[in-house]
Design a binder for this molecule. Structure first.
Ligand code: ACO
Length: 381
């Protein structure tokens, strides 16, 4: 068999979307017993974005994906893999990824969701990069998207102040240049499942009157226990990925941690002996957006000019499962990206085309169903 050159998965597009509605700490203090001072001093969060009642995770994911596709300046029809990391899918099934595939009008893509809590995006980045490196796919859309506001108990001050909604996306393209994921470490410890979970609505406790009455369709968390786990997991995962790749921590230009709590980030930064200016945070404006937090932060860091071509960037996170993970990425794409106005307009024009494609496919499916019913009836004994 002929040797093929080693393939890498280079990040060629990035984008984010957060809903326009902003909920400040002061707003929250009007409905639960909390204060701006408590939330800021214990978490670093000042405000978060909340999805409109008509918006679900797939809508946020699609908007972030469109932004990433515009930056990459590619035809979305070339995308052959869509992975959405989420713990708040629109439905238990079908997946958010299939809805994104349909909304973007991508005809020939494999599409699936991945649930690894807040570590989901790092897991998805690893899976997609490795599928590209194996030659199985060429252009992958990797998204983290959440509407956590839908599963928060707005009467529980210990959780409702922490989370927000949003989505971030990257496009990975097969490349022979050594860029993209240089190394990745992923881990899980299911014995910590009860520390952070949504107890009902799955196969173990299907929705019923009791689950609703007992507020079991809301996120439950043991905050202090998750806190202790989080610091240790971030430190261990960051060290492991650095050791794996042989790149020195001093040669890492930027660390992008999961944005859950600024105190968790500061403790991990201290243990890793990192200069604070090398660590990106934006949780003051978004809160914890779970699987969307790392790609939203990556996107903002790039937009703010904090990443240059050739830079080494560590992405690190932890989450429900319990799970953890860290990835070391070498940035390949030249920056900054300036898209001409007419190209942006063109990407928006693709939207009605995708909608027309989806509508005609749905109509064709219905027509086939009706025809087969008529056919079956016609052959009834
Ligand atoms: N406003 C005012 N008081 C509050 C609030 C609030 N919003 N929330 C809790 N308190 C009170 C508690 O009731 C408690 O009062 P008490 O001493 O009278 O009992 C006191 O504040 C201290 O509570 P703790 O829980 O000990 O506060 P702590 O300093 O640990 O902060 C927090 C709580 C912010 C939740 C912290 O533990 C944390 O960040 N944990 C990690 C959470 C996390 O990262 N989750 C994301 C996981 S990723 C995923 O997959 C979704």
């Amino acid at each position: 068999m002929a040797n093929r050159p080693a393939l890498h998965a280079e990040i060629v597009g990035w984008g984010k979307y957060v809903p326009s509605k902003v909920l400040t700490n002061e707003d929250l203090a009007k409905s639960v017993d909390t204060s701006d001072e408590w939330i800021k001093s214990r978490t670093g969060i000042a405000e978060r974005h909340i999805a409109d009642p008509k918006e679900a995770s797939s809508h946020l994911a699609t908007k972030a994906a469109r932004a990433a596709i515009a930056v990459a300046d590619i035809n979305p029809r070339q995308i052959d893999l869509v992975i959405v990391a989420t713990v708040t899918p629109d439905y238990l099934f079908p997946s958010v990824a299939c809805q994104v595939q349909d909304a973007l009008g991508i005809p020939n893509a494999a599409a699936f969701d991945l649930n690894a809590g807040c570590t989901g995006f790092i897991y998805a980045l690893s899976v997609a990069s490795r599928l590209i490196a194996a030659g199985a796919h060429k252009l992958a859309l990797v998204i983290g998207a959440e509407t956590l506001s839908r599963v928060l108990d707005w009467q529980d001050r210990t959780t409702c102040v922490l989370f927000g909604d949003g989505a971030g996306a990257v496009l990975l393209q097969a490349s022979e240049a050594p860029a993209g994921l240089l190394g990745c470490t992923l881990g899980a410890d299911g014995s910590g499942a009860d520390l952070l979970q949504l107890p009902a609505g799955g196969s173990r406790r299907p929705a019923c009157e009791d689950t609703v009455k007992n507020r079991q369709h809301y996120l439950k968390m043991n905050g202090p226990e998750v806190y202790r786990f989080a610091v240790d997991a971030m430190v261990r995962a960051s060290r492991a990925v650095i050791e794996q790749t042989g790149v020195l921590m001093d040669d890492v230009e930027l660390v992008i941690p999961h944005q859950a709590n600024v105190r968790i980030i500061q403790s991990a930064v201290k243990a890793l002996k990192l200069p604070p200016e090398k660590v990106f945070t934006n949780l003051a404006r978004y809160g914890n957006t779970s699987a969307a937090s790392v790609p939203i932060a990556l996107c903002e860091a790039v937009e703010q000019g904090l990443v240059k071509q050739g830079d080494h960037v560590v992405l690190v996170g932890f989450g429900a499962g319990l799970t953890w993970g860290a990835a070391l990425v070498q940035w390949g794409a030249p920056l900054p990206v300036k898209l001409p106005f007419w190209k942006l307009a063109l990407y928006h024009a693709v939207r009605p085309l995708a909608l027309a494609r989806s509508t005609s496919h749905r109509a064709a499916l219905r027509a086939r169903t009706i025809i087969s019913r008529v056919d079956l009836n016609g052959h009834k004994p």
